[in-house]
Design a protein around this ligand. Structure first.
Ligand SMILES: [Zn+2]
Length: 520
């Protein structure tokens, strides 16, 4: 029986020395220099986003200052002073949460406590987290202390919003701006944690994990906790990672944006409630939403960052909405994300955001449908030559039947087609969903011609865009390099669309795209 209580990774792997901290090297160097030069100021301001090491570094710094063998550039972590700070029992190191102790009374009693000498240690050190939450009166009281601090007192103020702190306070602090951690810094740390836990992690899973955490090591370790609990065996797979992260990122986020674009306020609110009831953190959800909006805007200006199939499809769908609306939408998301952190009624703020986003992003559905139709038409008319070729490539059913005899390369491909599809499905389910509506009908100069029914021009286009994926799979499977060419054929059998469950499935895959019947 496992009798140890599971300790969350962020806590288990919390660095005990400066050397163990991921990133922030410039800040650490400066703090260590202050100690070794014996020039430690009275007050520090640690500013920066959440989860990048502000309180961790503050605690190590406090130990380094009060260590029996110090002040030293690293705490010994063995003496009574170090241990008490580490265990949170030190009388001379006090952590105060600015969000819940924001009033004048709390700061007054802090002032009284500061006037008493340290109980045992060298310094009396105060760490006030989220100090920007203090009230104006409380800041005034704090300022008096900072103006004439006792020589044994040290203050470390941590904040995610330094601009909300009065300049009179800021000017009395030595300021340190913490940067979000870089990709390599985080992935090195995650690899270390994963290996120490006896697991391995797939490269793509690691990438997904780091991207979703947007620079916050604490958030990423939180996700890793959930993933490890669910992992079967000792490998953290991409599939599982996507599953655990998926709800707050990927498809659900696009679907949520879709409720705004459709102008469906009720669905937007219900969607939000579902996310919250599934235990999703609202701030993370807004962060994921902001990232999707950002890549949409990038795309509109010709900056193509994403290599995700899913993103490309949604970006295409939302094109008629326009970058302008998305820029205003992104602004709203960022404003709410900022407000929401310490607002006890965060759900109310998130709901308000939904109302505002519907107003900002809603675009009549007809407009979206029309654009898809005209996009297709445009694509089909791209060049006269191409269209001529297309016409030549439209084969009649009898034509096709004639060509398929038993041992031609084409018949081999047709016989293995289902298996080829399955291979593509494993890596690229969306390409698979589109490709299975086409069928190979001809091979010419090592080029496989794939016909799609006239009502599947959208899928035909999707496969064409992803033809390299199909070609690679074909090469792996057949050992011969083929190119593919997709075309829409009038002679391909039309399925009564409403009766076809596979069509429904595809529409869901593509996030509710409309079936557009096009005339050749
Ligand atoms: Zn020590």
């Amino acid at each position: 029986m496992e009798n140890q209580i599971y300790q969350v990774l962020a806590r288990k792997y919390r660095p005990r020395t400066f050397a163990e901290v991921a990133g922030q090297t410039a800040i650490i160097k400066k703090l260590q220099q202050a100690i070794s030069n014996n020039r430690v100021p009275h007050a520090f301001l640690f500013a920066g986003p959440r989860g990048v090491g502000k309180t961790t570094i503050a605690r190590i710094f406090a130990r380094a200052l009060n260590c029996a063998e110090g002040p030293a550039v690293e705490p010994c972590n063995r003496c009574i002073f170090c241990r008490e700070i580490y265990e949170g029992t030190s009388m001379d190191f006090l952590e105060i949460d600015g969000a819940s102790n924001r009033g004048i009374e709390e700061i007054r009693s802090l002032r009284e406590a500061v006037s008493l000498r340290p109980a045992r240690a060298r310094y009396k050190i105060y760490l006030i987290d989220e100090v920007h939450m203090l009230t104006g009166e409380a800041f005034n009281a704090l300022l008096k202390t900072l103006e004439e601090p006792p020589e044994y007192a040290k203050f470390i103020f941590a904040t995610t919003a330094p601009e909300k702190i009065p300049p009179t306070i800021v000017s009395r602090c030595q300021r340190y701006d913490f940067k979000p951690l870089g990709f390599d810094e985080i992935s090195d740390m995650i690899k270390m944690v994963v290996e120490s836990e006896g697991y391995t992690i797939e490269h793509e899973a690691l990438k997904k994990l780091v991207e979703t955490g947007s620079g916050s090591l604490r958030d990423i370790l939180g996700y890793l906790d959930q993933i490890i609990v669910l992992a079967e065996g000792k490998t953290i797979t991409t599939v599982l990672t996507r599953e655990v992260l998926g709800i707050a990122s990927g498809e659900n986020v696009w679907q949520m944006i879709d409720t705004f674009v459709s102008g469906d306020t009720k669905q937007a609110i219900l969607f939000l409630h579902r996310m919250v009831s599934e235990g999703k953190d609202i701030t993370n959800l807004l962060g994921a939403m902001a990232r999707k909006m950002q890549i949409f805007i990038w795309n509109a200006y010709g900056i193509n960052i994403t290599d995700e199939e899913l993103d490309k499809i949604w970006i295409e769908r939302f094109k008629p909405v326009g970058a302008g609306k998305f820029i205003r939408g992104l602004e709203l998301v960022m404003q709410t994300k900022e407000k929401i952190r310490y607002e006890p009624l965060e759900l109310v703020l998130a709901e308000l955001l939904c109302f505002n986003l519907v107003e900002t992003l809603k675009t009549p559905l007809e407009k979206i449908e029309t654009t898809i139709v005209s996009d297709n038409t445009a694509a089909q008319q791209e060049t006269q030559n191409e269209q001529m070729e297309k016409k030549q490539n439209v084969l009649s059913d009898s034509d096709i039947k004639e060509r398929v005899s038993e041992d031609t390369p084409l018949s081999k491909i047709i016989n293995s087609w289902d298996e080829i599809l399955l291979r593509i499905k494993k890596g690229k389910p969306l390409v698979y969903a589109a490709l299975r509506e086409g069928r190979p009908v001809k091979i010419e100069d090592n080029c496989i011609h794939i016909a799609f029914g006239a009502n599947f021009s959208f899928l035909c286009q999707k496969v064409t865009e992803n033809r390299q994926i199909v070609e690679k799979t074909l090469e792996k499977f057949l050992g011969v390099h083929y190119t593919i060419r997709c075309f829409v054929s009038n002679s391909e059998k039309k399925t009564p669309l409403n009766e076809n469950p596979r069509v429904k499935e595809i529409i869901e895959f593509f996030g509710g795209g409309e079936i557009v019947e096009t005339e050749e």
